[in-house]
Design a protein around this ligand. Structure first.
Ligand code: CA
Length: 684
């Protein structure tokens, strides 16, 4: 009865997906090993419409108290994990750092196989702007699909992990990377890419699922008009750009979000920020710069653009629209609407008619300083004068990390609410008059002259998309937290940057259960049922754009950050693994025997900021250089210039980007800084 009720609910409220078929087909009597799951999580966002609402309700408001650990797997990795695990045929598939795919028995947690694409860490550790993360695999018809950091798309046999085919989806001489999960539309698998900070041109490509043969490619921004346009959409888009924008690629990369409506046969793709960020450098003289920061509706058979909606015309603040999109059917003003919902970085929550692309409504989900609303007639934001920092410093909220980033949302049709993590970042921008395009580094064209986080820094927000208002929120003590899951058990699950997994009442936000994972969580939880028992899984691995640069919060800050996969079940009695405490470290500068000039130190400081600081400054995921041992200092040039630690540790080679002398200047700066740190500690 209960199952039927939820099947009906799913049909009514959510764009239909594989979960419906799986529920209807449940109840077969076979028990192969591993056991067949009776309610799976077969797609990245659970269904094509990506609502991340599970019909399972064994774990509910009343029973969640009894949730305990079923099993845990230690990846041993140190970098960010952003993947949604998926479950098909009793197997759980998840990706770790460097696009490694892992397969487990979903009940026992026994590792069945893993596939390491062997990314060249010497190259791709540097190209990955925002950590060497991967958001997971997708599945269709016995095949698993994964986008690899170095630009490959691979198809694996889901039973064995054997490589069936792989294809290179991009020009590997350029600074592209893949971190997003591939999506499925009929017989095609679709993948985008990232790299806009380094200056690339965004696109998505569809491949035939069976063979890996390219079906079509849709560019999201126009190239050099002298070379001709690939599509009518590019000819249209080019009218909205000025200058020689193609020199820095233009950006608009499709690095994460997609959704698919099989009934309308439309694939939705979110596009990213411009290259460079500052539109006065990117497109001197203005223009909307289509299709940056947009939602694109594409016919998945042909790759033709059907409609677009641009959230931030002429984006100049890194306001990507690559954030999660949910397809749902809502009653708005008494009319049933097929909608698409998104809360992109720019601070507005959008409800869009997904047939036509027409804006239904948009309201800010957090306080913002760059616009004072969205015009309901034109669908355009009303940009505030001076927000473009053309006339000097501008305090911008949300900051470039966004009011909400890639962390997936969830929509519960029973409460009618969308749940998502909100971040209170603000950043002061100033025009950089000296900007020059340089593919070796980030291309922003702006200077940061202040910024920080608000109070509370983050929150889990329940949003009514019809009324466009916040219904409840739970404050978080750190700004960077995990994606969200909601269930028919009346629950919302979210992990945090303080290393907790929480279950909240979906109606009120009340905290009903929590569990400490030692490692901070940024990935979204998911759930499945096997043998009549409901499980909840989440991958813990601190990192991503913010996590790479800042330590985790709360209790998690006391512990070494190691990648782990946790699976919970009612009555689970598993013990938490031993979480290793972080050891206090001593600056090594005074014991390093090195002589250098003042000039070398100041040149080294500039180079350190340009090439090293992004990864090494917080010392949590990637070691702080101030504590580098004497032995390691003797290998300095071999490590930094030649890349001898690339394979083992992911430290890139800087050969070709810096001279040996520049590498030594960085060493001088690091030793000098470490000696300074030791002196300050001694004074205390
Ligand atoms: Ca960006």
């Amino acid at each position: 009865m209960r199952v039927l009720r939820f099947v009906r609910l799913l049909w009514i409220h959510i764009v239909t997906g594989a979960v419906v078929a799986r529920v209807l087909l449940a109840g077969g009597g076979q028990t192969p090993a591993p056991p067949v799951s009776d309610v799976e999580w077969p797609l990245h966002g659970l269904t094509d419409g990506e609502a991340r609402f599970s019909p399972l309700d064994e774990i509910n408001r009343q029973t969640v108290d009894g949730l305990g650990l079923a099993w845990v797997h230690e990846f041993g990795s140190r970098r960010g994990i952003e993947a949604t695990p998926i479950v098909v045929d009793g197997r759980l598939f998840v990706t770790g750092p460097w696009s490694v795919v892992h397969c487990f028995d979903a009940v026992s947690g026994t590792p069945l196989w893993s596939w390491d694409p062997k990314v060249d860490k010497a190259v791709y550790g540097r190209r990955a702007c925002c950590d060497v993360v991967n958001r997971g695999v997708n599945h269709s018809n016995g095949k698993l699909f994964v986008g690899v950091l170095d630009g490959r798309l691979a198809a694996l046999d889901a039973r064995t992990g054997k490589l069936l085919w792989e294809t290179v989806t991009l020009d590997q001489t350029k600074n592209y990377t893949i971190t997003g999960a591939p999506r499925i539309a009929k017989d095609k698998v679709i993948i985008g890419n990232g790299g806009a900070e380094y200056g690339v041109r965004g696109y998505v490509t569809a491949y035939e699922m069976e063979t890996g043969k390219q079906a079509w490619r849709f560019y999201s921004v126009p190239g050099n008009p002298a070379l001709g346009f690939e599509s009518p959409a590019m000819a249209e888009a080019a009218k909205t750009w000025k200058g020689e924008w193609w020199e820095a690629g233009g950006g608009g990369t499709c690095w994460d979000s997609m959704a698919y409506d099989p009934e309308l046969n439309l694939l939705y793709v979110g596009t990213g920020n411009g290259s460079p960020w500052n539109r006065r450098h990117r497109s001197p003289g203005g223009g909307d710069n289509l299709y940056l920061s947009s939602i694109l509706a594409i016919n998945p058979d042909t790759g033709r653009l059907v409609w677009h909606y641009q959230t931030t015309p002429g984006d100049t603040w890194d306001y990507t629209a690559t954030q999660h999109m949910i397809l749902a059917d809502l009653s708005v003003d008494g009319i049933d609407r097929k909608v698409l919902m998104q809360a992109p970085k720019n601070g507005f929550f959008y409800v869009i008619d997904r047939e036509s692309g027409e804006l239904i409504s948009a309201e800010n989900y957090t306080s913002i300083t760059w616009a004072d609303g969205v015009d309901p007639n034109t669908g355009r934001p009303r940009e505030i004068h001076g927000a473009d920092y053309a006339e000097g410093r501008a305090e911008i909220k949300p900051g470039p990390e966004g009011g909400h980033n890639w962390q997936p949302m969830a929509f519960n049709p029973e409460t009618g609410l969308v749940y998502f993590p909100v971040q209170e970042f603000h950043t002061a921008f100033r025009h950089d008059p000296d900007y020059r395009y340089d593919p070796a580094t980030w291309n922003l064209g702006v200077q940061f002259v202040g910024g920080g986080v608000g109070s509370p820094p983050g929150s889990l927000v329940a949003w009514d998309p019809v009324q466009q208002k916040r219904v409840w929120s739970v404050p978080r003590s750190i700004v960077w937290n995990g994606g969200v899951l909601t269930t028919a058990g009346g629950l919302v699950f979210q992990g945090t940057g303080t290393g907790k997994l929480y279950a909240h009442d979906a109606k009120t936000g009340e905290t009903l259960w929590e569990w400490f994972t030692g490692t901070a969580i940024i990935a979204p939880p998911m759930t499945y049922r096997i043998g009549g028992r409901q499980y909840v899984s989440v991958a813990a691995g601190w990192g991503g754009s913010y996590g790479l640069r800042r330590p985790p919060g709360g209790e998690a800050a006391r512990y070494e950050q190691r990648g782990r996969l946790f699976t919970f079940v009612l009555g689970g009695k598993g013990a938490a693994p031993d979480y290793a405490l972080r050891q206090p470290r001593v600056p090594t500068g005074p014991e390093i025997d090195l002589e250098y000039s003042r000039e070398a130190v100041s040149a080294g400081a500039r180079l350190y900021r340009k090439y090293c600081g992004a990864c090494h400054q917080n010392g949590v995921l990637v070691p702080s250089l101030h504590y580098t041992s004497k032995e390691t200092h003797q290998l300095w040039e071999l490590i930094v210039y030649d890349g001898i630690y690339a394979a083992a540790k992911g430290m890139p080679a800087f050969k070709g980007m810096m001279s040996r002398e520049e590498v030594r200047q960085i060493q001088a700066f690091v030793v000098e800084a470490s000696r300074g740190m030791a002196r300050r500690l001694e004074k205390k």
